[in-house]
Design a protein around this ligand. Sequence first.
Ligand code: GLY
Length: 370
Amino acid sequence: MHKLNQEELLKKLEEKVERMVDQIGDKSPHVAKADGIYDDMPHEWWTSGFWPGLLWVLYDMTENEKFKDAAMPWDEKLQKCFSHHPNELYHDVGFQFLLSAVLEHEITESEKGLGIGLEAANYLAGRFNPAGNFIRAWNGDKIGWAIIDCMMNLSLLFWASRVTGDPRYKHIATLHAETTLKYGIREDGSSCHILSFDPESGEFIESIGGQGNAPDSAWSRGNAWALYGFANTYKHTGDSKFLHAAKRIAHHFIAGLPEDYVPYWDFRLESIENEPRDSSAAAIAASGLLEIADSVPANEKKLYEDAAKNIITSLTENYGTLDQPEHQGILVQGTGHKPANENINVSLIYGDYYYIEAIAKLNGWERRIF
Ligand code: GLY
């Protein structure tokens, strides 16, 4: 295949996703293993927004009704989780509902999407712990745990403040970002996955490795969530400390990339021999780097924009499936959860989503929900 320009790449992806709509049908995809067939997860699972999100972004770019028709039912499908599986929803409602109900509302002005998006924002705001100024991540006995991924879910709260005129949502989002910055981002721009607090006093207890290699390591996808999440928080608040944080995280991320710009699953491994890459971390970071590029003065843009383009080019050439029409994933070599030995060297729907999102941005997509 000759080297595709951004426009040709988007066209090829449109053709690929048209096929995926038929191949995936009603499934809620999360992982495709070596057979290239996406699984079907329960709708309460944290990844259920990425497939409708991918369809909405492509619909917004192409006005291809096939994408809209396939995306439209997902807000109501996911809304049912509030009544059917209330104990299986976490802070991840941000990922789930921003990419379904909120995108639907923003693109089509649907009242249905607005109402469901706000229901999710109220749920997320209800997870805030005011003693420690953090949003609780998971359920069960993890009452005092906050995680780095949650930086991406704050946009649901910023959006809710924008559409309702009620600043409480954005106050919660900003306080959570400040707490994460204080305890979760190290001086060198790296971060770990889990922060543990005493849920009663709010006191910080410790960092926990979670999906990373160790408490003092740097899980690459977590670092990508942080990079993108702080870039968004700057855009929503205008507070330069969040942009400085995003830049610091980006510098650490870029400096840790191997020659082909796609990170191993953790930046701190004693040896990289036989260790898997995580293409999803690369895709998330690429889209986040474009937000940083959009926020810095003209003479700083190139660093972030070039890094994003290098990542996308490598993903397309070395980790893509454009030449495999039967493969339902778009990217391969994602790593889900290495310490648990789960979903290694697979396609991950969130890797596919952020890859498409970054390419849409490189083709002029201006709508922002994160
Ligand atoms: N827990 C979300 C992730 O795997 O990135």
